[in-house]
Design a protein. Structure first.
Length: 260
């Protein structure tokens, strides 16, 4: 082979080596791109005892929680916080308790594991659509048919404080065991007015709302806790964490609850 041919072969070989060196290996997918979404290991029934005022918000939170944990069955029990405390103290099986005030959570003592505040609420005056009683202010409740929560219920304790702060005495037509019962009677026209939580009237068109003077000074803070001896302790802890998370707090805010 002559020198010219040898020189050409060498040039071609060097070019091939250069091309090989410049080529980059195909990018390996990152673990995040290839790994399937982590599946939940939680399962079983999750029984949550929650204040009646939490029903709409917790129904949505429960649906969101079970979307993330499809093998968990969310079973809520809604009633006045004092009623729920009595049931739990008497041995009713529950995994989580969410109270409308700290006083009723405190009654559970060591049964409640590390309670944490997750929401707040204030009172409003609810009147039937059209306001047939002509209610305009808190003082008018003394002159119309008014229903209130019983004093041992958080909304009743708050109502007592609100009226006392205003120097008012109101003789209620009935004392109800939860705020839902108060609102039901008002909406049905069985009462001219009732004191309920601001969250209870969100999205309702069968009642009208009056924000009374002094409402901002009477704030209910809501605590939540997993329960000692919970049948489904893992799901209970996860649910409490979800309520306290950004996702849970967004749902609560959408339903009118204030920050803890």
């Amino acid at each position: 082979m002559n020198r010219s041919l040898l020189r050409s072969a060498a040039v071609l070989a060097l070019a091939a080596l250069a091309l090989t060196g410049c080529s980059s290996p195909s990018a390996e997918p990152t673990p995040d791109e290839t790994a399937p979404p982590a599946s939940s290991t939680l399962s079983g029934d999750l029984t949550v005892y929650a204040a009646a005022s939490l029903k709409n918000a917790f129904d949505e939170i429960g649906a969101a929680f079970t979307d993330e944990n499809p093998d968990v069955s969310f079973s809520p029990v809604y009633d006045g916080s004092s009623t729920l405390v009595t049931q739990l103290q008497e041995g009713a099986p529950g995994d989580v308790f969410a109270s409308a005030d700290e006083k009723n959570m405190d009654k559970l003592g060591d049964l409640a594991i590390d309670p944490a505040l997750f929401a707040s609420n204030t009172l409003v005056i609810a009147v039937p659509a059209g306001n047939p009683g002509g209610v305009e202010a808190l003082a008018d409740l003394a002159d119309v048919t008014t229903v209130l929560c019983a004093p041992e219920v958080p909304c009743g304790a708050a109502s007592t404080t609100l009226l006392s702060n205003a120097g008012l005495s109101v003789e209620p037509a009935s004392l109800e065991q939860n705020v839902t019962a108060v609102l039901t009677k008002v909406a049905a026209g069985e009462a001219d007015a009732g004191l309920v939580y601001a969250t209870d009237v969100v999205g309702r068109d069968d009642v009208e709302v009056i924000v009374p003077d002094g409402a901002d000074d009477v704030v209910n803070h809501y605590p939540i806790a997993a329960l000692d001896g919970a049948p489904n302790s893992d799901a209970a802890e996860a649910f409490v964490a979800f309520v306290l998370s950004d996702a849970g707090q967004t749902i609560l805010a959408d339903h009118g609850f204030g920050a803890p």
